[in-house]
Design a protein around this ligand. Sequence first.
Ligand code: SAH
Length: 490
Amino acid sequence: MFLTITTTGTPERPATDLGFLLHKHPDKAQAFSTSHGRAHVLYPEAGAERCTAALLLEVDTVALARRGKGKGRGGAPDAALAQYVNDRPYAASSLLAVALRSVFSSAMRGVCHARPELPAQTRPLRVEVPALPARGGPDLVRRLFEPLGWTVTAEPVALDTEFPQWGDSRYVRLVLRSEAVTVAEALRHLYVLLPVLDDAKHYWVSADEVDKLLRAGEGWLPGHPEQKLITSRYLSRRWSLTREAMERLELVRLAESDDSEVEELDNAVAAETGTEEKPTPLAVQRRDAIVAALKESGAARVLDLGCGQGQLVQALLKDVRFTEIVGVDVSVRALTIAARRLKLDRMGERQANRVGLLQGSLVYTDNRLKGYDAAVLSEVIEHLDLPRLPALEYAVFGAARPRTVLVTTPNAEYNVRWETLPAGHTRHGDHRFEWTREQFRAWAGTVAERHGYQVEFRPIGPDDPEVGPPTQMAVLTLSGGNDKKEAKAA
Ligand code: SAH
């Protein structure tokens, strides 16, 4: 399996600079042993005008089979033979991506001690991968590479040129061209997207894959329109890992850009791809609905229970009518990230007096949570085991007793509308349950009755006539005075 990278140049900026960028001298052919075979780097042409580097990987199928990791896909009945006879030696798969990383690791990080100015410069690049397994076909190949600034040619490879009637194989010949991408970026795009297109990772995905993905995806994966597909395929559809990566990516995106930049990016992508403006993400719609309901309630002092990484706290801080905002979460990691997001350590005194972050668990009564106007439980209840829910109910509605409580949770009926969600899956690996509209109404109704609240339900997101909205919200308001006994008697 192999891949070539070509650049062109001028006498002032010779194409052979590619050798510096890749840390491989154009005059030498070099070989490296990698975990799956021998990788060779050679330059079929190396002149000032044009220079091509080729990476060729000789896969050791016997060694792969011995390690039990080179099996055919999906436990095919001929798996015994497929260990030895498969597309591994020819197809540019995740093995090539691993070789890319081990042979060009400095280049991928954009390091060049000899010529420090080079890595940041863009130059005309052409990348060719003659046989790329592409699940999703040429169309997906374009959707993955075009947003990154590449002009994409992805030609299906015929199953057998002698028998065109057999149709196309699942391989494409890929050619990428760009003048806007640096060599380091190109390598990082390939490192992530080759296995994404192959979609059959050869080794077990371990937890540090998330780190590898985020490192290689730095600067381009946050905000990529296919971010979700890339992440879930790269992590071989392991939902808990995918979710962790998505959360961390979201964080990077938010940390790196304020909202206006994100909007600009969305619009730019929409303009480029000719698609309509991207719909507002559900998380944003949820936040907007919560802020609107809080304003309506007239609340000034607000608790965000299970605040996670502090997005809602941040949104509430922008509105001066909220005089005190306290985020509570059981996860120290989430709170650390929230503190960083809010820049708590660099906040002026006035702002700092308005905001607080508390570590605590919502299944225990907590005197610190008493006396607030409103509390939000946004996408939190479904993270608790059902038997723990009555404890949360008591801690919030029985003990803390804010005048208004907003509870949001996924509407399980809507799950059939998520294209990327396999049937029967919950939306997140950590969801202990997801309720239908009826189940949520029954729970909130009982809670309201037991603790003297009135309840009203609102949809969040598009309200599908058949299955309802993706997110459901209950607005619970303390009826009459804040008198517990009266409430209990009622
Ligand atoms: N409210 C945020 C985060 C939802 S994720 C949002 O809408 O985006 C659920 C959050 O609940 C996580 O941050 C998790 O740490 C927190 N959580 C789960 N169980 C909890 C408990 N028993 N006490 C406090 N927080 C809890």
